[in-house]
Design a protein. Structure first.
Length: 172
């Protein structure tokens, strides 16, 4: 006796979405990574375009390092962290069209905050190493300088003169 023959259909070619799916996943990962790298985020609020913006800022010897050097005009929250490693810092937001390295200074090298062409928007004073604090301000479109303006008489150091300053722009 012979065994019944097994009948099977020829296999149809499988359609695969591997390449398009891979591209979609890669594009999604790239977009997520790009948004995470900017350090700036937007959420509903009272900004110039209906959005509030948050900017992470690191204070360290001897630099002010914002995650982004601009934000839309309107409400901006700076999330400021003092990474030290040794000194207390402050965070000052100045509105000015002056070059960040050319602000008027006193005899110790600290910025004269009431100097011509400078408007103090707001500040965080005396932020200890390892601590963070938020500062929310409303910025009009224009040029700003973010800086630490501490002068330490014990060390004869003006943090601004040591390089703790950077340009920042509020865009229309």
């Amino acid at each position: 006796m012979s065994m019944p023959a097994m009948f099977s259909r020829p296999a149809e070619p499988r359609r695969t979405l591997a390449l398009p799916r891979t591209l979609l996943i890669a594009a999604s990962v790239a977009a997520l990574a790009l948004s995470a790298c900017t350090g700036a985020s937007s959420s509903p609020g009272a900004g110039g375009d209906g959005e509030a913006t948050t900017i992470a800022v690191t204070l360290q010897e001897w630099a002010v390092v914002p995650a982004s050097d601009s934000a839309p005009a309107g409400e901006v929250t700076f999330e400021v962290t003092n990474d030290g490693p040794a000194d207390i810092h402050e965070f000052v937001v100045l509105r000015t069209d002056l070059d960040p390295a050319e602000l008027p200074v006193d005899e110790q090298g600290a910025v004269t905050e009431d100097g011509e062409g400078i408007e103090v928007v707001d500040e965080i004073e005396d932020l200890p190493v390892g601590e963070s604090q938020n500062l929310t301000v409303t910025l009009e479109a224009g040029n700003y300088v973010l800086l630490c303006n501490i002068y330490s008489a014990d060390e004869d150091e003006a943090h601004y003169a040591m390089g703790m300053r950077t340009a920042f722009t509020a865009t229309p």
